[in-house]
Design a protein around this ligand. Sequence first.
Ligand code: HEC
Length: 147
Amino acid sequence: MVGLLLWLASGTWSVPCVPVPVDPAYLGAWLARGCYVGWSADPRPLPSSMGPGGRRVFLNTALTESLANGATEHPIGAAAVREMTADDLTTPRGWSASVKFAQGAHGWLWFEVFGPTPTGRPTVASRDAPGCTGCHDQGRDRVRSVR
Ligand code: HEC
């Protein structure tokens, strides 16, 4: 019984796919469930524009439509996942994600985790993470993908 409660409390299986969690404590478990795999995505991992390795970007419907409409700011609930691979464009390296939880450019949660699974300790899990916004400020409301 205690084991069951601990298992449920770990969040790995209890985290729902919708809405995308804005609490970083649940985002790794949400990624591990593969909740994003049905989103609009790059057809396959592509060479990253950020140097070695590859990436496959997934955008949820709210963000896809907002980009298509040319919106200057994306709605609360917009979200993106970037799978990162090694140079072979196959071997998984990690995940980064951005989730819009409040209005304005400061309203994004930035999240990044490396490892064989996304449930390890994240390297980034905060709003306005400078290691992310330095590049993402060049995007439209901090989104770099144009699709
Ligand atoms: C060196 C510049 C750079 C840095 C630093 C950077 N990104 Fe990005 N990011 C990009 C570019 C460019 C794209 C568009 C896809 C591509 O070309 O790889 C992108 C795409 C993304 C996407 C897909 C949605 C979008 O905006 O297009 C997510 C999610 C993302 N990055 C998260 C992060 C997180 C989280 C961090 C910080 C841990 C981060 N990025 C740091 C340049 C950067």
